[in-house]
Design a binder for this molecule. Structure first.
Ligand SMILES: Cc1ncc(COP(=O)(O)O)c(C=O)c1O
Ligand SMILES: N[C@@H](CCOP(=O)(O)O)C(=O)O
Length: 430
């Protein structure tokens, strides 16, 4: 499969090149040249297939033959070595738990998948690759874990100082080996802008092979489409009109859901649920796309002012505003509303949601007011204990720590503080 740049000023790319380069030379995001819907029989027989089989069938058109069939099957199997359960709250609302991986956030799937693709492409290559990644909380930990010890790959993680949770910070600053953390005096958007600038800096790219492990990178982004298929497999016999409420920040996840829909998955509607960083909510009302500096919230991983992937969503809907609006709703919620939702979910359903999932739950409730016949699945994108202070404070109950979290608790943070792009460049050239 070839990929083209959404800035339309760069040559077509192979999958391998798109993975190794991350961003196109014209600074555009890569997008697959074609999307062929899966045959109807695939969905009719989804109950007979394992998660790995579903995932392999869904993604192979974007990757074969550059990674051979058997290798791709192994990559998919190794990536998906944990559970993706749907938990029903009531007749209209379920949650899809995406936090059973090693770092307890949905990013584990994309990070593990990409690490293995890059490992495959790099096996006969003596050139080291430096993976740059900007994180507002969870991508960093997942990438650190997924790429730890991968031969020939160095990882540099940029995160906004003081704006990620304590556990998220531990996950991305304590692993050592080929993983380095840069603590940026700024916001997530500053981190993401620095990373994009680095890709276009000849002084850097002439000396090192840089790539991205954010959802910019197609190998990090595309595997996220699996989640929607896994939820469908668990729900399709019980419910029609399945709607997904996706807690959104950089918009990679909801956009991956739209790719699953393009592949033929019968998804009735999407909801992009936002905290007060709500550029897309405003866009769907005014048709004006006006990114703003991000505001710090308790759902910190969604504190994104200028989401990278909105351009991919525009591409899927061919920039047709009305068509997009038919398929996507978006709502925005304050921290107070999020905390009330966490308490409501706990009191009514005895379920502990993290702040991001709670925003997703609120999105479901808003949508269901107008569409009472839908079944809305909100994605529980991270485990609640990653946001221990907020969660324990809101529901007033101590939380047991899962083993994945315990394993980083006592470890010592190692990071380098930077403020400007020049600091990043000097660090990389050192
Ligand atoms: C827990 C959590 N929820 C939601 C999001 C938002 O996802 P996306 O950036 O794909 O919109 C993130 C960050 O990616 C996250 O870490
Ligand atoms: N919310 C993310 C921000 C980066 O998103 P990505 O999907 O583009 O990596 C995070 O947790 O870091």
């Amino acid at each position: 499969m070839n990929y083209y740049s959404l800035n339309k000023q760069a040559p077509k790319s192979t999958f391998k090149n798109a993975v190794i380069k991350g961003l196109a030379p014209d600074k555009g995001l890569y997008f697959p040249e074609s999307i062929s819907p899966l045959p109807k029989v695939f969905f009719d027989t989804i109950d007979d297939k394992s998660y790995s089989e579903i995932a392999y069938e869904a993604i192979k058109q974007f990757i074969l033959p550059e990674i051979p069939e058997e290798v791709l099957k192994t990559i998919v199997e190794e990536t998906l070595s944990f559970e993706f359960p749907v938990v029903k709250l009531n007749e209209n609302i379920s949650t899809l738990e995406l936090f059973h991986g090693p770092t307890m956030a949905f990013k584990d799937v994309g990070a593990r998948f990409m690490a293995r693709c890059l490992g495959y492409f790099n096996q006969d290559n003596n050139k080291e690759v430096t993976v740059l990644v900007a994180t507002s909380g969870d991508t960093g930990g997942a990438v650190a874990n997924g790429f730890l010890g991968v031969k020939g790959v160095n990882v540099v993680i940029l995160y906004p100082s003081g704006k990620v949770s304590d556990i998220q910070e531990k996950q991305l600053t304590t692993l050592g080996q080929n993983i380095k953390a840069l603590e940026v005096n700024g916001t997530f958007d500053d981190c993401q802008a620095m990373v994009k600038t680095a890709f276009l800096d000849n002084a850097l790219t002439s000396q090192m092979q840089l790539t991205s492990a954010n959802s910019i990178n197609v190998a990090r982004w595309l595997p996220q489409l699996f989640y929607f298929m896994f939820a469908y497999k668990q729900l399709h016999k019980t419910y029609n009109n399945i709607v997904f409420s996706v807690p959104s920040g950089n918009f990679g996840n909801v956009c991956a859901g739209m790719m699953a829909q393009q592949l033929g998955l019968p998804i009735h509607h999407f909801i992009a649920s936002n905290n007060v960083n709500n550029v897309v909510t405003r866009y769907l009302i005014s048709q004006l796309y006006e990114p703003k500096p991000s505001i710090q919230t308790i759902s910190n991983a969604m504190d994104v002012g200028a989401p990278s992937n909105f351009i991919r969503i525009q591409e899927i809907y061919k920039n047709q505003f009305e068509v997009l609006k038919e398929n996507l709703s978006s709502y925005s919620f304050t921290d107070e509303e999020t905390k009330e939702a966490m308490l409501e979910i706990y009191n009514q359903y005895n379920y502990v949601a993290d702040p991001h999932g709670a925003v997703g739950y609120l999105g479901c409730k808003s949508y269901l007011k107008e569409n009472p016949n839908a079944h809305c699945v909100f994605l529980e994108t991270a485990h609640p204990t990653k946001f221990l202070d907020v969660v324990e404070d809101v529901i007033d109950k101590k939380q047991p720590l899962p083993k994945q979290i315990q394993s980083v608790m006592g470890k010592e943070k190692k990071s380098t503080v930077i403020s400007t792009y020049e600091d990043l460049k000097a660090f990389l050239l050192e």
